[in-house]
Every structure is written in structure tokens, then in C-alpha cells.
Design a protein around this ligand. Structure first.
Ligand code: FE2
Ligand code: FE2
Length: 326
């Protein structure tokens, strides 16, 4: 059997548990929070006062913080890219009897609330040029992405395990900074978004864990492949109006590092957490090649930590079109 067909078989085996995955890792729609729960109530007499208060305190947070939040929001808003990518994986089809499609749709439906609430908050803050933010979002969706996984579910689930944790970290750091500055509403919404990301992270790590039980060597090689090529960010093609594809990503990343929202150390930390979650050191029945991959993966976090320590974050200021000067 070809590697691709084995993967399809493994996906079929996992698919039998889709309902329990959905029950365990996702929240019923009527019970989960909605964006409106965290935004000023437009039907209340205090609506305008609440917006004024948000606009006042929004002036106190610096540009690096807002740029990070805008980039995170746009990343969430490019959800059509991620849904269509996941629906194209080996073993996933949009046919009604395909359990994986059910997972992907339910996951997408949860994720959709993230960009929704953040976008509305940014709009109310008065701190950013929303039209430019919208142009970047439209570009990002139009540009699509290539995360180097092809249609391989093993590689993809490594990617999503990683990314869900990366977004958890970003949102939780935004929550901490916002709280410190007295931004209660923003802190609350970021914390609750982070909670969703953590559940999603646990789901995707569980899928990988299950694959490790059935096809350990191939799973190990897929993990190694993803880490050797480094995990690219979903917003890799970020650009602003009239900009070249991808030209804005490094500037955004620099701001996020300076703000302390997402840094190179977070990347290393995620690697360690994935190794631990999948108990990479304890997996048995590996081929010689997969044993080598395991060695590589075990040593990688320390190696990357040493490289990260040497990286100097530039303190040059870039004038983002997204930002309105205070
Ligand atoms: Fe999200
Ligand atoms: Fe997510």
C-alpha cells in the first residue's frame, strides 16, 4: 500500500471517534461564549460612554501592542484559508458521511468567533486605521498560504498542534498586557479566546497521539519534517496596501517580539511541550530512520534555544499603515 493510502486508512480508523472528539474538545453552540458577550451593548443607554472609555484607555497602549493585536486579528480573519486547506487533506472529503468534515466545520465555527470579536474591538478602539486592516485581511485571504504539509494529515496535525498553542500564547500574552494597563474587556476576551485555542491544541495533539499508536515511524518522520523546515506562520504572506506579498511579515513579527506577545522563546517552548505531550522519548517500534528522527527532535529545543538567545530584536520603528498616530 502506498504511504498516502496508509494515511487514508489511519484517518478512517480515527474517524470512528469523531463524535467523541467533538464532544470532548469542542463546546455546544448554545453553551459557548459569543463575541457580543465581551463587547459594549449597542442597545444600552451607556453604549456611547462605554466606547468613549475604550477609546480613552486605548491611547495608553503603544504601537507595538496594537500592531501585534492587528496581526493576530488578521491571522484569525483568514479562516477561509485554513478551513479549505483542512478539507483538502487525505482522508477528508466534504461528503456528508465523512466524519472529518464534521470536525473541520465545527472547529471552523468555533474559530470564526475569534476574528469576529477582535475585529469589532479594534474598530471601536479608534486606535487603528480599519480600512488598511481590512485591505491586509483581503490580501491575506486572496494570497492563501503554503505551510509545507501538502495534503498529508500527519504533517498537518503537527502544524495545527503547534499553531493552536502558538495562538494560545499570543492571546494569553495580550490578555496579560491588557490587564496590566486596565483594559478589562480586552483582557477578558483575549483570555477566553486563548481558552478556545488551548482546547483545540489538546484536540490536535490527541489526533497525533492516536496516530503515533498506529503508525509510529511515519508519524515521527512527519514530525521531523515539519520541524526541519520550521513552522511557518499562517500570516506568512502578510502585506499592506500596495505592498509585495509577504513584505510586512517580518515587521509584524518584530513588533510582536518587542511587545512580548510572541517571541522566539515561545517557539522553543512549544517544541518542548510537543515532545513532552507525545512522549517522544518513550515511543517504541521505530525504524532506524525514525529513531534518528527522534534523536533530532529530542535535541532540537536546546539547539534552537541557543540560537534564539543570540538573536537581537531590532528596535527600529516601522510606520504601519494600520496605525493611527495618537
Ligand atoms: Fe483562533
Ligand atoms: Fe485556533
Amino acid at each position: 500500500m502506498s504511504i498516502q493510502n496508509i494515511r487514508k486508512e489511519v484517518m478512517k480508523t480515527l474517524e470512528k471517534n469523531i463524535d467523541s472528539f467533538v464532544d470532548k474538545f469542542l463546546v455546544p453552540i448554545e453553551k459557548i461564549w459569543q463575541p457580543t458577550d465581551f463587547l459594549p451593548n449597542s442597545q444600552s443607554d451607556n453604549f456611547i460612554e462605554e466606547i468613549k472609555e475604550i477609546q480613552e484607555i486605548s491611547k495608553e497602549l503603544d504601537d507595538d501592542f496594537w500592531v501585534s493585536l492587528v496581526g493576530d486579528t488578521i491571522t484569525e480573519e483568514a479562516l477561509p484559508t485554513y478551513e479549505s486547506w483542512l478539507l483538502d487533506l487525505d482522508g477528508v472529503t466534504q461528503q456528508p458521511d465523512n466524519g472529518w468534515a464534521k470536525w473541520v466545520r465545527a472547529w471552523t465555527a468555533e474559530e470564526n468567533r475569534h476574528g469576529d470579536v477582535l475585529n469589532k474591538y479594534l474598530y471601536l478602539s479608534g486606535r487603528v486605521n480599519m480600512r488598511e486592516v481590512e485591505i491586509t485581511t483581503q490580501h491575506l485571504i486572496s494570497d492563501g498560504f503554503d505551510i509545507g504539509t501538502s495534503t498529508d494529515p500527519y504533517k498537518n496535525f503537527v502544524y495545527t498542534s503547534f499553531q493552536e498553542l502558538a495562538t494560545y500564547i499570543s492571546h494569553i500574552n495580550v490578555a496579560k498586557i491588557a490587564k496590566k494597563q486596565g483594559h478589562k474587556a480586552l483582557a477578558k476576551m483575549s483570555r477566553i479566546i486563548a481558552g478556545d485555542e488551548m482546547r483545540h491544541h489538546l484536540a490536535y495533539t490527541e489526533f497525533v497521539k492516536e496516530i503515533f499508536k498506529i503508525d509510529p515511524s511515519e508519524m515521527m518522520l512527519a514530525f521531523q519534517h515539519m520541524m526541519k523546515h520550521k513552522i511557518v506562520m499562517p500570516a506568512m504572506h502578510l502585506r499592506e496596501s500596495y505592498g509585495e506579498k509577504g513584505s510586512l511579515f517580518d515587521q509584524f513579527s518584530t513588533s510582536a517580539q518587542r511587545a512580548g506577545v510572541y517571541t522566539g522563546f515561545d517557539y522553543v517552548d512549544i517544541l518542548r511541550k510537543l515532545n513532552a505531550a507525545w512522549e517522544i522519548d518513550k515511543i517504541t517500534d521505530l525504524t532506524a530512520e525514525a529513531e534518528k528522527a527522534r534523536d533530532f527532535l529530542m535535541k532540537l529545543p536546546d539547539r534552537m534555544a541557543r540560537i534564539t538567545e543570540r538573536i537581537v530584536i531590532p528596535d527600529t520603528k516601522y510606520n504601519f499603515k494600520w496605525m493611527i498616530p495618537v
